[in-house]
Design a protein around this ligand. Structure first.
Ligand code: SME
Length: 159
């Protein structure tokens, strides 16, 4: 199953196109959100070797660290704070080409240079975010946003 995931082959679009059906397969048979977030984080990390891939879930009005792959990270992020809290507040994907240019960026790790944060919705309300950090500048673009938004829609948040 996950062992079949492609690692760094082809263009970014080809890698996402290969990954998408595998993620569909991983999450379609499982209703537990934590299990699905864990596998999605692992699949993205293994495919793209991102520096950090993980989820923050809204709990009692704050984003709390959820399944992730990579170095230890900040556990709680407030509404409107950092890239994650801003994506939550604005309810939209945020691409940050250079984290040093993003006012209020929260540096969980100094190696992070660029970042993308994609919200997950339930009934039009943001209930979690997917956060991906790269140790290269300008790593993320509209292609990442499009595919990661599709991947986030596959995670059916019910609880
Ligand atoms: N940089 C994020 C914080 C989370 S870590 O990158 C894992 C932010 O500014 O919200």
């Amino acid at each position: 199953m996950a062992e079949n995931l492609l690692i760094g082959q082809g263009s970014k679009v080809e890698m996402y196109e290969a990954l998408l059906p595998q993620i569909e397969g991983l999450v379609s048979g499982e209703e537990d959100v934590v299990a699905n977030m864990a596998n999605v984080a692992a699949a993205l990390k293994r495919t793209f070797d991102f520096f950090w891939v993980g989820f923050y879930v809204v709990k009692n009005g704050v984003l709390v660290l959820a399944p992730f792959q990579g170095p230890v990270a900040c556990t709680r992020i407030k509404f409107g704070k950092g890239v994650c809290g801003t994506a939550w507040k604005e309810a939209q994907t945020i691409v940050v080409p250079d984290v040093e240019q993003f006012p209020g960026h929260i540096a969980c790790n100094s190696a992070s240079r660029s970042e993308i944060v994609v919200p997950l919705f339930r009934d039009k309300e943001v209930v979690a975010v997917l956060d991906i950090d790269s140790d290269s500048l300008n790593n993320f673009d509209e292609t990442d946003a499009k595919y990661l938004e599709t991947i986030c829609r596959l995670i059916n948040i019910r609880d």
